[in-house]
Ligand binder design. Structure first.
Ligand SMILES: Nc1nc2c(ncn2[C@@H]2O[C@H](COP(=O)(O)OP(=O)(O)OP(=O)(O)O)[C@@H](O)[C@H]2O)c(=O)[nH]1
Length: 319
């Protein structure tokens, strides 16, 4: 559901001329900081501009001029407009996982992105974006949202920088190393299940509404030793979460556990069937939760019908 919030923002109006100051001061400016990706629409739908790069500005309403000889030395009010600010999605899918989980490897394996891959945490410091291409030409964009660690909600690591991007995706793809995660030898070693719960908790502490987004869980590095057993334990845990919660340390226990649409074991390194299964799941879940009016939702049979119709209309008859 889209939420609308109306707000009135007024800049100062131009000052009248005074005996001691013939030209009155112009109205003071009001500057509104917005996140990157915002497009500004006028009431009639005309685009006034968009903020896509750091430091860009758009003048939405000109301030009133101060008093001068052209306006009888009386300052004017500034312009007034109704505008709508629209925040573009960064990608359809946001990939969330702790460092070294295999986010870059997965992005490379299922999309055309060419991220840096290294066996040490924090190789990725800004979102890498890729596009998953399906056989029927459907495209789904996916962004690797880097640097999430324990404490991100209070701005540890890349903290807010990362978490604000999560808000701008339709579906979350959690990825966790089946062998678990340890930030450094000084930090506690977390099992795979604990890692997923920690990710859950970080998102929840930042904004509980993030847990409302549809989410799929990919357990990565299924080619490593003992992975199958760990994976089936995790599946079982998610079916009996109430029981499992009692044995989870308080500091990593979220208030609410995300109910994943699918839990899929993958090997980003080896690829194969598991990645195919993941791609199908992502598409199906996105479509299931999509807004009916979303132009990106393409039904393959409809596309085929439409293409056939276009050929018969414009070209030689095709049978
Ligand atoms: N065995 C195995 N290793 C993997 C797999 N996927 C990734 N790795 C390895 O895990 C390490 C980390 O992979 P990345 O893809 O860089 O992980 P990341 O989550 O992007 O890491 P950050 O950039 O730190 O956020 C690399 O050495 C990868 O080769 C997998 O499926 N199996």
């Amino acid at each position: 559901m889209t939420k609308f919030r109306a707000k009135t923002i007024s800049a100062g109006h131009g000052e009248d001329s005074r005996k001691t100051k013939i030209v009155g001061n112009p109205g003071t400016d009001v500057k509104l900081d917005v996140p990157l990706g915002v497009t500004v629409y006028r009431e009639d739908g005309k685009v006034l501009g968009s903020i896509d790069n750091e430091g860009e500005t758009i003048i939405l309403a000109r301030g009133g001029p101060g008093g001068n000889k052209d306006n009888n030395f009386l300052g004017h009010f500034g312009q007034a407009h109704h505008v709508r600010l629209d925040l573009k999605l960064i990608a359809d899918i946001g990939l969330v996982g702790f460092p070294n989980a295999g986010k870059s490897s997965l992005l490379k394996a299922i999309s055309r992105a060419k991220p840096k891959i290294a066996n040490y945490p924090f190789t990725t410091i800004k979102p890498n974006k890729g596009v998953i291409q399906y056989d029927d030409h459907r495209q789904i964009s996916i962004a690797d949202l880097p640097g999430l660690i324990e404490g991100a909600h209070i701005n540890i690591g890349l903290g807010h920088k990362f978490l604000k991007h999560v808000e701008r995706t339709k579906l979350l793809l959690f990825i966790a190393d089946v062998q678990g995660f340890q930030l450094s030898p000084k930090h506690p070693k977390r099992s795979c299940l604990e890692t997923v719960l920690l990710l859950n908790k970080e998102l929840e502490l930042y904004d509980p509404e993030l847990l409302e987004k549809p989410a799929v869980l990919a357990i990565n590095k299924m080619d490593t030793e003992g992975a199958d057993q760990i994976f089936s334990n995790i599946q079982e845990s998610f079916q009996n979460m109430n029981k499992v919660m009692d044995s989870i340390p308080e500091e990593i226990r979220p208030e609410r556990v995300i109910s994943f649409e699918d839990i899929i074991g993958i090997s980003a390194l080896k690829g194969g069937e598991s990645l195919q299964k993941l791609k199908v799941s992502l598409r199906n879940r996105l479509d299931e939760f999509a807004d009916e009016n979303d132009p990106n939702i393409v039904d393959a049979t409809k596309v085929l019908k439409r293409n056939r119709a276009m050929i018969t209309e414009k070209g030689p008859k095709v049978t």
